[in-house]
Design a binder for this molecule. Structure first.
Ligand SMILES: [Cu+2]
Length: 166
């Protein structure tokens, strides 16, 4: 009996220890491929666990950022937004504490398909995404207007159109 209790305690300790040291760091390369006219996040899709950190690293001197769509993250959590990265090697990190799906893009290159998705532990079902307030949509729209005309919104990806109207 004592042996069994000791074993359970040991197993619990090990699993707690394993959890606390399991947080991982992941790198997403922020790619500008001038030769082929491509801008992209590599990897585009990333599966991680709660507590993990993702660091986006600018591969070249070019202007990029990472920002979640206003409805592109789980309800009850927060989206993320980096400052603009300009120089080669510049980076920005974010630690994910809430499970779910995070859909993001780069504002200057959203028309070039510069988008990515990070799934933290389990994906978010379509009806469980954050519903942006009007203020959040206006704020997001104004960020896009720093780079685009409202006329451009019509040719943007569906996720953008859904949020900014056109
Ligand atoms: Cu970009």
């Amino acid at each position: 009996m004592l042996k069994k209790i000791a074993y359970v305690c040991l197993a619990t300790t090990i699993s707690m220890f394993a959890h606390s040291v399991a947080a991982k760091d992941h790198i997403v390369e922020v790619i500008t491929d001038n030769e082929n006219g491509i801008t992209a996040f590599r990897p585009k899709f990333l599966q991680i666990e709660e507590g993990d950190t993702v660091t986006w690293v600018n591969a070249l001197d070019d202007l990029h950022n990472v920002i979640t769509y206003p409805d592109g993250f789980p309800a009850g959590s927060k989206g993320f937004e980096s400052p603009y990265l300009e120089n080669k090697g510049e980076s920005w990190s974010y630690t994910f504490d809430t499970a779910g799906t995070y859909q993001y893009h780069c504002i200057p290159h959203v028309l070039m398909g510069m988008r990515g998705t990070i799934t933290v532990s389990t994906p978010t079902s379509p009806d469980k995404f954050h519903r942006p307030t009007k203020d959040e949509i206006v704020t997001y729209r104004n960020k896009l207007l720093e780079f685009f005309d409202s006329d451009d919104f019509g040719i943007m990806p569906d996720a953008v159109k859904r949020n900014v109207g056109h």
